[in-house]
Design a protein around this ligand. Structure first.
Ligand code: NDP
Ligand code: 8X3
Length: 285
């Protein structure tokens, strides 16, 4: 097979795939276990709905987020509904050392994930860039970009070594269409899309799939987080519009990961019916 590039792809991934000895124990483990998904941000909104959709499909789950008690609640809820294993990982994806520790532990327990859903993310504030708080800028960049990049970095080599796995990254219409007051959030989501495109190129000669899911307005605690607990302001975002629900996005994710091996869905954009671009929505008076 000849792949044409401006420069040839690095032989790195081919080399680690051939390094059978180094990976033989994990490979053995991987062959015996059921399919499993590692999901960041699985305690709320889209990540939670996706966790349930994957559990319904029989995937064992490794779920990660910062809030330990919420993780345990979600675990109990999923386990009463579906006969799957659920492991919880308290993780702040902004913390590089924690990412290393958690992914190593998960890897030792289960090997590399069949599905890596990088969902953890957030917006903070909605004001012109000149008024955006520096700590909000850093939190968005560290969560939406750095965390997602590091979690992927931790698992990707072993996925390539096994020559299987699907990385689903949570982008947003915000990454395609900037809107007022959200320069940083939009830029982080544009980064997610470009990052996905980049790693898809790196693994082109493997069976790994990479998808960016780019939803529009989804009614979740997202706006309450953005407006720092201002429930009234958050609720107003969804007033007068039949917004997408987390389950709508989970349905799409379930579809994406269930395609035949030859089919790789690279990007999906999902908008509410009365939405045209990022923040352009038609509201009923
Ligand atoms: P939610 O606020 O409902 O869920 C966010 C999840 O991310 C929670 O589980 C939260 O758990 C987790 N999280 C946040 N920060 C961190 C962190 N530093 N480390 C680990 N986990 C973290 O929001 P949504 O479900 O709406 O958002 C999920 C993803 O979808 C985000 O990436 C968002 O940008 C994207 N998105 C959302 C849209 C929307 O309109 N709602 C549209 C398009 C994309 P905890 O706080 O316990 O850590
Ligand atoms: C979240 C959707 O429209 O609030 O990514 O930016 S939006």
């Amino acid at each position: 097979n000849k792949i044409f590039f401006i420069e040839p792809p690095s032989p790195y991934y081919k080399r680690i795939r051939q390094d059978k000895q180094r990976h033989s124990i994990i490979k053995e483990k991987s062959r015996r276990r059921t399919m499993f998904a590692f999901i960041t941000g699985a305690t709320s909104g889209i990540g939670l709905a996706a966790a349930k959709a994957l559990a319904q499909k029989g995937y064992d789950l490794a779920i990660a987020a910062r809030n330990e008690s919420k993780l345990e609640e979600v675990k109990a809820e999923i386990k009463t509904e579906y006969p799957v294993k659920v492991e919880t990982y308290v993780l702040d994806v902004r913390d590089g050392e924690a990412v290393k520790k958690v992914t190593k532990k998960c890897f030792e327990n289960w090997g590399a994930p069949d599905i890596l859903l990088n969902d953890a993310g957030l917006a903070r504030g909605l004001e012109p860039y000149g008024e955006t708080l520096p700590e909000d800028i850093v939190q968005m960049i560290d969560t939406n970009i750095k965390g997602l990049f590091l979690v992927t970095r931790a698992f990707l080599p072993e996925m390539v070594s096994r020559n299987s796995g699907h990385i689903v990254n949570m982008g947003s219409t915000a990454g395609l269409y900037a809107y007022a007051g959200a320069a940083v959030y939009c830029a982080t989501k544009a980064a997610v899309k470009t990052f996905s495109d980049g790693i898809r190129i790196d693994v082109i000669d493997s069976d790994i799939k990479v998808t960016t899911v780019q939803p529009g307005i989804v009614e979740t605690p997202f706006s309450e987080v953005r407006f720092k607990g201002d429930k009234k302001r958050a609720a107003a975002v969804y007033e007068g519009i039949d917004a997408l629900q987390a389950e709508d996005i989970a349905d799409v994710i379930a579809f994406i990961i269930d395609r035949p091996k030859r089919v790789q869905i690279s990007d999906v954009v999902i908008m509410a019916n009365q939405q045209a671009t990022g923040f352009m929505v038609s509201k009923k008076k």
